[in-house]
Every structure is written in structure tokens, then in C-alpha cells.
Design a protein around this ligand. Sequence first.
Ligand SMILES: Cc1ncc(COP(=O)(O)O)c(C=O)c1O
Length: 509
Amino acid sequence: MKRVPSTLSPVIAVDRKAPVPLHKQIYDGFRSLIIGGNLGAGQQVPSTRALASELKISRIPALTAYAQLLAEGYFEAHTGAGTFVCRSLPEQFERSDRGPARATPVRTGARSISCLATALPPYKAIPWLRGLGAFNVGQIAFDQFPFQVWSRLVIRHCRNLNSTALQYGGPLGFEPLREAICTYLRTARAVQCHSHQVMIVTGSQQALEISTRVLLDGGDAVWMEEPGYWLTRDVLNSAGCRLIPVPVDDQGLDVAVGIKRCRKARAAFVAPSHQFPLGATMSASRRLQLLEWAHHSGAWIIEDDYDSEYRYDSMPIASLQGLDSNSRVIYIGTFSKTLFPSLRLGYIVMPLDLVDRFSAVRRAMDIAPPHFFQAVLTDFMNEGHFARHIRRMRQLYAQRRAALVASLSEQLLGSMEIVGAEAGMYLTILLPNGLRDQDVAERAARERLWVQPLSPAYLGENRRNGLVLGFASTSTAEMSKAVRHLKSVMDDEKRAQSTRSKTLLTPPQ
Ligand SMILES: Cc1ncc(COP(=O)(O)O)c(C=O)c1O
């Protein structure tokens, strides 16, 4: 059994006035913590000296209690290391891996939680988001990340922790990082910004959450791309907003339909550079139409620019925010695609007059972003590693995308249509009628292929079946094999679906 290093004093109450001697109280306290599972096998207990000092008693009762616990086999002593809960406790005592010892009492009847919390279905792990490997949409090429450089910078900052690094920061985040991001955004994304308009956040998700809290109230109508990013939908649903699905075609969000469905919406959430999950780039005329609508109706546009660094067949597309002359666009970006998702760093570029509002909401939420990786990332950007890494990945992902398109065309031609392969780290295939994407995705996940079904990305009933396939994490050499594997999964699912429908049609004997 693994030894759990912990010398924190457990909660043992001693009462000097009680008729029970102190050593017996300590003995009983430890014994019941072990039997109850609050102290697990192998866990270190404090020294008698430390315990006595904590309990403000003399050391003698602690020594007596420990001697008894050692003699009875609840404790074991390791010379030079300390005293531990015995590793070979009887089976019924070993409960530390099984959660809290005292089970929460079972209650019957409804237990009230907020209406907003019930706006989301309870969390459960989704099969196709569970693993790493072929087609995972959010997975970068981990093996290509410059970990040597990154580690060097991490070590540099570990060794130079000063008071700024340890103290609370401001709600906008680390100023040098905001400056580095501004330089990058002005150059690469044509974003109009100054560092005091930039807020560092823990990824796009927090940016969506903060923007929603600042700009919207429960019941507000909001345009949402149809199909769209389900985590945007979750943020808006949990804020009690009224979602208006606005269809997306090959020119991006259909603004005219949005206006027809709800001209007075308070905001539009869009990914104009690379729409998720159909991959369209919003055309110039739609961009102008959207900005015009926002200007005249006083609505906000939340621009999610999550992966537009990767564009393959054409020049990078400038941001929508860069076109906006009425400060109606909130621009959101992330390092989840350019660096790695567990970093949890992203940014918001806010209109100047809203900076104090965003800052107040952010402070109420989590005060400020953690400092350490902001400092590491600042150096990574300022020393040129970020730009170099993006350039390398753009080339690599272009090759992987080409390999995926070629394999799909060769092996699945006729049974699917590819959409949205011009940019980003994924493309989408539309499935022939009759093949249910969620069933395919579930079957694929059982075979460790992590395709995402398209249909859950729709709000309305008119859903297309398709699969979103990430290509960034699969090498060109492996791609053809992965596609062949996917084809066999799809064939199996087709056969299973036809058997199921035959069974349904056959009358019972
Ligand atoms: C549309 C969209 N926006 C944003 C993100 C990135 O989110 P985060 O920065 O929270 O990791 C993703 C991730 O897949 C996405 O698909």
C-alpha cells in the first residue's frame, strides 16, 4: 500500500475536565478515526511531541496512547521516518480509498438547488470525451510541444519567486503578459487593443462566463450559432438566457434569419473565423451585417476566436473586432489550441468603457488569475518561442489535415461529405441518412477512437448527423490506419442499426 505522507494533526478532542484519562481519550480518538476510515492505512501521524504541543498537554499521555496503538497494531513505527497507521490493517478498516467514512445520510424527498443549476443536465462523463488518441478534437500534438524550452522557463520562474509572484494580483492579470498578448493580437489577428483592455482568464470558458455575467440578465434573448459550441450553450443556459438558434451556412451565421427570429436579442455569440463545428468562415458581408445589427439594436457580439491561428489554404482572416468601429465586440481567445489545454489560459479584449465592469465581476468570481504560468508564458511569447511554435504547428497540422482528407476521400468516399477543412484542428464529415452519429461515436469510443457526434451541437430539432474529427494529434503515418478503423466502426454500426430495425419490423411469433 502506498504511504500517504501527512503529518497534519487529525481532529482529536481532549477534555482535561473529563473523568476519562487523557491518554485514553487520545487512544480512543485515533482508534475511531482509523476504524471510521478518516485515517487511512499507511498515513503518517504526527509525532507525540507535535501532537502534545497541538493539544496543549504534556507529552506523557501522547506517549502512552501511541504505545498502546502500536501494541495493538493500529500504528507502526519506522525508525527515522515516523509513526504511521498500520499498512496491514484488517480489510474492514481500509476505507481511505472509498471516500468519506461516514456515509452521508440518505435523505428522501426533493433537496432544493437553484433553478439556474437545474437549467443544466447533471454532469456525467461523455464517452467520446473520455480518452486521448485518434480524432480527439481538443488534443494538440503533445509530442511536438517544445517542452525543453517550456521547462527551462518554468524552472527559471520557480527559482525567482518574488513577492509579486506570491501576492494577489489584479483582476486583469499580469501586465507584461497582457502587453505580449496585445502585440500578438494586433499583428496576427488585426485586433484593436491596448493592454489595459485585456483580461487574462482561465481559458475561453471563463471568458464566456464573465462576459455573460457582465452583459446579460436571466431571460435575455441571445443568438447562438446553430449548430454551435455546447459549452457556450451551457454558460448561457445556466445564466437563464433565452437561446435563439440562428442557422449557419457556408458564409457563417445567417444574420438575416437572426434578425427575423429576434431582432431585439441582447447578444450574439459567434466564432466568425472558424465556426464550431461546421468550420465556416464568416463572409465579409455577413460580418458587416452583424456589426450593423449590433450597432443599431445596442446588442453585444461575443467573438470566440479559439483556433484561427491555424489556417491552411488562405491568408489569416482578420478578427471581427478589428472591423468594429462602435465598440460592440467582446473578443475572446485561448492558448488551449496554440499551447496546451490544461494550461487554462486565455484572454478577453473588452471595450474600454466596460473594463471596470468586467474587472468587478472577475474579482467577485476568482479575484485574479494564478500568477505562475502567466509569468512563464510572458517569457515564452517575448522570447519568440510562441510565434515559432505556431509556425511549426501550422505546417504540421496542414500535413495531418491533408492526410486525413486523403484517407477519408479514399476510404469513405460516397458515404460522407467533408465540411470545414480549411482551418483549425478538426474537420466534420456529414453522414448518410440513417446512420446515427451518437451511436457511431459511442461505438468508436469503445474502440478508443474519439470522434464527436455533430447532432448534439444543435439546439433545435432539425439536426444533421455527422462526426467531428480532430486531426492534430494523429501523425500522417497513422492517419490511414485510424480512418480504416473508423470505417470498420461505421460499417459495424450500420449492420447493428439494420439488425435493430429488422427486429423491430418482425412481428413476434
Ligand atoms: C468553439 C470553441 N471555443 C473555445 C474552445 C476552447 O476552450 P478553452 O479555452 O476553455 O479550453 C473550444 C475548444 O474546443 C471550442 O471548440
